[in-house]
Design a protein. Sequence first.
Length: 151
Amino acid sequence: MTGTVAHASLTLTRDIAVPVERTFAAFADREQKRAWFTDGPDWDTTEDAFDFRVGGTEIAEGKFHGGPLSRFVARYTDIVPNERIVLTYDMWLDGTHISTSVACYEFEATDSGTRFTHTEHGVHLDGLDDGAGREEGTRGILETLAAYLES
């Protein structure tokens, strides 16, 4: 179905048993971000860029399990070290634009480490993506992040 727009919001919170500084660094450092976000035996990278600063762009493009070409392009709009990251990002599948989102990542110190909160407002295009799918995918990414940091 073309010409449709679906709006969806999500908020996911995950406690991670490492300090805030370590959790934030997993987003701010290119090699760490690559280790949990795109690297792995099932991901084949076709394009990669990482400019972690306000106004900077991140690109992660590749195929997961030999599937469709996935393209993530983000622009950082606000960064407060160890507190928050705000970004806008677009997603494409096989060259078709499927969504645009605004996301905020918040880092809060707890007695046992970090309370990480991901809040996102998405515009899902032409029936090619939806809020439920994005939430499921994001939940999986947060689990991968936590496993990386806690290992």
